[in-house]
Design a protein around this ligand. Sequence first.
Ligand code: SF4
Length: 491
Amino acid sequence: MHQLTKTDFKYYLDCPETIWLLKNKPEVYPKGEFSLFAEKLINEGYEVETYAKQLFTNGLDLPEYGSPKETQNALTDTHSVYFQPSFSTNKDIFARIDILERLADGTWHIYEVKSSTSIKKDRKHRHIEDACFQKYVLTECGYAVSKVSIIHLNAAYVKQGAIIPSELLEIVDITEKVNAIYSGVVNQINAGSNFINKEVINENVCSCKYKTRSNHCDAFGYFNTTIPEYSIYEIGRISAKKVGLLADNEQYAIIDIPKDFELNVNQQTQVESVKQEQPIINKTSIKREFDKLKFPLHFIDYETYASAIPRIDGLSPHKHLTFQVSIHTLTEDNTLTHFEHLLDAMQMPTDMLCAMQDFTGGAGTFISWHASFEISRNKDLIEWLPQFTNYLTYINEHTFDLETIFKKDYIDYRFHGSSSIKKVLPVLCPDISYSDLDVNNGTMALDTWGRMVLDKDFSEDIESTRKNLLEYCELDTLAMVKLYEVLTKLF
Ligand code: SF4
């Protein structure tokens, strides 16, 4: 019999087929890119739990991977609070409770600890269903649960000195919310347990053929082997309704979409690009956009570090600290210069902003990719370091987002419906590649820098780690320069 955990149950609610495949044929489940980000989230969850435990006096820490038998023995002692007790039903439905409190009347209070700053009900988080799952397992094991709470981070908390757990965290009673959906969730838990224990399911198709790409998991290709390379799922912002209409007629290839099928202008352009097997470029519009830019052009990119528990004074949970910048500046006479700065410690980037300001001055246009990110970081920096308000406000008011060109004016079927620089660059500038770099994406940069400045046992060479980080950020802005040059050659 396969065990059903809270995480498995969340998978089941998302998609029964994917958890069935993971349980029954893990060897064929296509692994997505190893997620450093997911690992970071798990570690952050542990860290938040450490502070949550400090809200309770005299709690008993059970072994991290302790068995339900160990829990059973421990619950007989005189403690009223237990950390990490585990329980399992006779159908092998397993729960490890973050914090469990014995109340004066002998009933139990479950606390679920979350590293978010609110109770989240969306598909990715399902905090209330999570709590129902925990209550169900405890109840099945013969423990009366009378209260359920969520402990989450307080978004308004600002670190000043040592972390104060009672200010960092909020406890919210969700007993009524749990009771309102409990019986329905219990039915789903039992259905989930039955489903993962089925010997066979239909592996020739799955329900995501009716859903948009953002809903697909890594197993989409496994269950839908006949979907062609340039498929309807790649069409930017296509609705599930339209995907459904096409799927019903088995029109999965973009080239099979009927001429009179209703799509918006950008979607039609994408279809046309696939059909003609060439890019569709609106040169007039690109020129109009570029005519608005003012030299010097500063191609800018930040790398940031965000953590659930704020690391330095002045920060709140999950705020992004900008720890690195790369700027390539292009003058009207085609001179290209480069500026970079990487913090050596977890601190406010005061020196970095001073040096940046010296390099760029307050003139010209700043160009970034997906500029809303850099603009938001500048707004945070203005709040923390108001002495740079004029400079950062200038940047925000004179920023151009190069990605917008690839959303509407330069559509190439080889981008597969994406405007990410990682999809655009290899098509337009195949000589430049991230693949040879030791640090080759933002999550790796965050993780590497965080370990370098925080981990006392960091064993990698600091100089080469710094070099790897600098190379990655530099390539991000050089890539923008090269793409800008490709575009300017069009007219
Ligand atoms: S692609 Fe969708 S329906 Fe298919 S297994 Fe993945 S999540 Fe489930």
